[in-house]
Structure formats: C-alpha cells, structure tokens
Design a protein around this ligand. Structure first.
Ligand code: ME8
Length: 558
C-alpha cells in the first residue's frame, strides 16, 4: 500500500473503425488498475485517447467522401460512448488532432532536431499502410508480407527526416538489463532484446506522400510519422509544455499497458525518443495478450467481430468487465465466448456473490429486524473467517500492485465462497431457534455483513456498479468511491446498530438453452432410474418369495 502518484495509460486507438471487445479488454484492465490505485490512496492519472492521423485514416475518409476530421469525430464519439457505458474512469482523453497535442509533437521534434538527432535523408523502404509501419526485407514474413498483419507491403521512396535511433541501442539494452521490470511479461522482454541485438536502424519520422498529420515544424511539406506523433500523446496531458510541476508528478509513467504487437514501438522507439529528450523512461511497458472469439481471430470477413456495446446492453457493464478480467491471464492470449460469459454470470455473480448478499440481508431481516448487532467474543470458525478475510485483502493488494489481475480476482472469489461456507458451518437457522444462542447469532450476522463490506471494496476495481449496489444495500455510510484500502485492511469497521437496506437481486440467473435440455435429460434419466429400481425391487421380491416357497416345500418334504 502506498500514497504516491500513479500514471497509467492505454494505447490510443485508431478511429478507423468501431472498437471491438479486444479494445474493451485492454481499457478495462487499465481501468481496474487505476481504480485499485485510487482505492490504495494514490494520486492517479489514467489516460486513454485516439490516434487520429495517418494515411489509413485519410484514405478511409476519402472513401466515405468526407473530411478526415469529420470522419474521426464521428468514430471517436463512439469510443467515448463505449467508455462511458463500461464505466471507464479515465482522467483525460487525448485526441492527436487536438491543438494541445500537436504543439507537444512539434516541440518533441524541434528539441530532438536542435540536439542534432534528426536529419534529412531519403527513404526507400517496404511500407505496410494498414499498420503504418516500415519493414526491412529481413523482417517480412515467409510470404514477403507484413510480419504483423500478413498483408502485402509496398516499396516507397521519399525525402524524409530520420531520427538517429541507432545511437541509442546500447544504452537501451543496458537499461533493459538493469531494469528487469521494464518490459513485462518476460517473454516479451526476451523478444525485444533479441530484436535490438540485431541492430537498430535510424527511424524515418516524416512523410510527404499524404498530408493528414502534424506538420514538421521546420518544413511544412512533411507531416510527422504517425507513431512518432502517437507515442508523444503520453506527454500531452500531464503538462510537458506548460506545467513542469504536474509533469514531474506524473513522469515517468508507471505503466504503459499495450497489446503484445505494439510492445516493440513502446519499448524501442519510445524509449529512444525519450533518451533523445533527456527524459526518464517509463517504469513499465506491459504487453497483454490477444482475445480471440470462440477460438478464432476476430475479422470482418469472418463476421465474428464482437461489439462490446451490444454485449453491455445485453448483460450490463460489470458482467463483461468481470469476465474479461477473470477469464484471461494478463500477458496471455484468451478466448471470449458468450456461453462462457453466461456461465460465469450464473456461477460467480448470481450464485456466489448474489446469494451471499441476499442470504445475509434476508437473515438479518428475519432474525434481527434488519439491524446489525455488536459482536462479542469469537468462535474458532469466526477467527478462521476473519483470518481468511485479511488474507484475501493482502493477496488482492499484492496481486493488483503487480498487475496479476486474474490472480487477485480469484482470491476475492475464493473469499466469497469462504463466506458462503461460513453460513453453512454456523447454521444461523438453528441458532435462531435457541434463545441461549442469541449472541452467537448476532456474531454470525455481524461477521457476514462485515465480510460483505470488505468484499464491496475488493470488487470495486473490477465491478464498480455492483460494488456500489452492495454498499447501498448494506446501507454503509458515505460512498464506495470514498472507501480506501486502509478501511478494509482492518476487521470490524461495520458499526453496531446499522440498519441494513433492502435486498435486491444483483445478477438474475440467465437460462441457457443448454440448461433446459440438460434439465430435461436429467429428469428423463431420473425417471428411467426410478423405473429400473422399481423393477429390480419387484424382481427381488419375487425371488425372495420363490426362495421362501422352495424352503417351505423342502421343509414339508422332510
Ligand atoms: O495500435 N485482443 O491502435 P489500434 C486484445 N494506434 N487487444 C486487441 C485486440 C484483440 N483482439 N485487437 C486490438 C494502435 N487490440 C495504435 C496505438 S499507442 C501510442 C498507438 C489492442 O486501435 C491492440 O493490441 O490498432 C492495441 O494494443 C490496441 O488494441 C490498439 O490498437
């Protein structure tokens, strides 16, 4: 636990099309980490945005017969709507077409130029337009195509500015070596080290073949390469140009969270730009894996692109957030399937969490008129529950601090199961029947409400709406946003005398077509078993009677 400044970013997404579930995955991870750090008391800056320049966008706008800015305005409004629907708590949203950003990019260019690390040359290269990337012959895939997207590359030649990236290769390798946390997970770090060891070439950072970009400040025939433009976004909203105090609070960033295919840009090009600017490097570049759908890569041609807006409308934001964070180990690829989502909703959310809350509130209503009584004395079972609660908070803290999100979330759910088991172990319905067990019952009720108070804090980074609902149903004072990790790291902050609110269902169970069929099959199986058992009983009876008759006959024949 700490109280520090914490700066986390997502990639800024291309507004070339609507965002899909893979983009929502990345932003949800960043949001849960940002919310966790606010819970821990940190001063958080969480940034996302849109990467609006470049040839691809210009071409798309031309196809649509509108200006590039009209084209991106429309799509970016969709991004912002999606983040609102998902309850993304970003503190700023940077658009690379904003004046504040264009000024930053030009200043970055100017400073590096003045330093002598940018020169005018001529570029001949193999360019992938959809990825906005140049490749060398050696880097192409086995079909001679772009190694990232597999599409054909084209040869281009143009006068261009170059950034002397090559001169930073050794310093970068040393930095990666000295800072094992810099590129995560380790597999990505090894990939990057191998890449840099092959030698870095100077980077072409301007284009003359189109004009949808930030003009080079010393030569407006050129626009600045879209990746040079995009990476600089991380400096824009934290006062790089105009607020040195704020800048020193948030730079260097704590985590740039990015998809695995753009780790290269963030852990090679970006650090070299920063070294040229004499700025410290970000503390961590974390490369997350890719989401596939029902085992297949999403693609427009396959028609399997999952629209997060439709999913949120159907299942609500928290169920989607929970699924993405729980189901996929950060750093590895993961699978999205609607069936698996529904199963998680039914088992983890409706059953484990929903039932714990509902059972607890209903019992406090039934046995104590809705009022939580002071707890006095602890049984062994109570002690074990309390220890498990404190251990869950610690494991959650450690997991979230080290970006082991699915591990953290699993720990929280294992405590939820533990609390459900506590009800069965203590049997409040039996305690309620015994006048001498009133205090024991009050203790059990208190411990359950207190467990739920802690659980609402633990689920807040993953499911903010649900956490607020739990908080409200328990009728705790203040808002869940004001809760801090310190408040849930100690047992016993639920005030005695608290009147609980109304129990409301958190997640309705979703009927699965498969469930209905399974139920029918189960009923048929039971009926068949019962019939077989009856037949067996009848036959056994007959055999017994026959044996008795035979015995009688034998007796008579004696
Ligand atoms: O790369 N699963 O933008 P972008 C998980 N503008 N993540 C996925 C995914 C999937 N199926 N598909 C895409 C860009 N992503 C640049 C970034 S940052 C200075 C500039 C992730 O819109 C992908 O891995 O193509 C990447 O991190 C992010 O979406 C943005 O992709």
């Amino acid at each position: 636990m700490s109280n520090k400044n914490f700066y986390i970013t997502t990639p800024i997404y291309y507004p070339s099309a609507k965002l899909h579930i893979g983009h929502a995955y990345c932003t949800t991870i960043a949001d849960s980490v940002a919310r966790f750090h606010r819970l821990a008391g940190d001063n958080v800056m969480f940034l996302t945005g849109s990467d609006e320049h470049g040839q691809k966008i210009q071409e798309k706008a031309e196809e649509a017969g509108i200006t590039p800015i009209a084209y991106v305005d429309n799509i970016v409004a969709g991004f912002q709507n999606l983040w609102k629907m998902l309850n993304i708590s970003n503190d700023d949203f940077v658009r690379t077409t904003q004046e504040r950003h264009e000024k930053v990019v030009q200043e970055v260019f100017r400073r590096i130029y003045d330093k002598g690390d940018i020169y005018l040359g001529s570029y001949k290269g193999l360019y992938c337009t959809p990825c906005e990337s140049y490749w060398t012959e050696l880097q192409l895939d086995e079909n001679g195509c772009c190694p990232d997207c597999g599409r054909p590359v084209k040869e281009v030649a143009e006068e261009a500015y170059f950034f002397k990236m090559s001169r930073y290769a050794d310093r970068l390798l040393k930095y990666i070596d000295d800072n094992p946390e810099f590129i995560q997970p380790v597999s990505r770090r090894n990939e990057m080290v191998n890449f840099i060891k092959q030698g870095l070439e100077d980077l072409c950072i301007s284009r003359t073949s189109f004009d949808w970009g930030v003009p080079v400040p010393i030569n407006n025939k050129h626009v600045i390469y879209v990746w040079f433009d995009a990476l600089s976004n991380y400096l824009t909203p934290i006062g790089f140009l105009d607020n040195p105090e704020r800048f020193s609070q948030f730079w260097p960033a704590d985590v740039h969270l990015v998809g695995k295919e753009i780790v290269r840009f963030h852990s090679i090009i970006w650090p070299c730009i920063l070294m040229a600017l004499d700025l410290p490097l970000p503390k961590q570049i974390y490369g997350h894996g890719w989401l596939v759908v029902d085992g297949t890569k999403m693609s427009k041609s396959l028609g399997n692109v999952v629209d997060p807006v439709a999913l949120i409308e159907k299942y609500g934001p928290d169920a989607i957030r929970y699924f993405l964070l729980r189901e996929i180990n950060l750093g590895q690829d993961g699978n999205f399937s609607e069936l698996a989502l529904v199963q998680r909703i039914n088992s983890d959310l409706a059953n484990d969490l929903g039932n714990l809350l509902h059972r607890t509130i209903s019992m406090v209503k039934k046995y104590q008129g809705g009022q939580v009584m002071a707890s006095e004395g602890r049984s062994e079972i109570d002690e074990s529950l309390i220890n498990d609660a404190m251990a869950a908070v610690k494991a959650f803290d450690e997991g979230m601090s080290t970006m082991e999100i699915s591990i953290a979330i699993k720990q929280v759910w294992s405590f939820i199961s533990r609390a459900n088991k506590y009800i069965d172990e203590t049997g409040p319905w039996a305690l309620a029947k015994d006048e001498t067990k009133k205090q024991e019952l009050a203790n059990v009720m208190y411990n359950l409400v207190e467990s739920l108070r802690i659980i609402s804090g633990l689920i807040f980074p993953f499911m903010p709406v649900t956490a607020a609902k739990v908080w409200q149903q328990l009728n705790m004072a203040g808002t869940i946003e004001e809760l801090r990790l310190d408040d849930i790291s100690v047992w016993g902050k639920t005030p005695a005398g608290l009147m609980l609110g109304e129990a409301q269902q958190l997640f309705p169970r979703i009927e699965l077509e498969g469930d209905k069929q399974a139920e029918k099959a189960q009923a048929a199986k039971q009926a068949a078993e019962a019939k077989a058992a009856k037949k067996a009983r009848r036959e056994a009876q007959k055999a017994m009677e026959a044996a008795k008759a035979a015995a009688r006959a034998a007796e008579e024949n004696k």
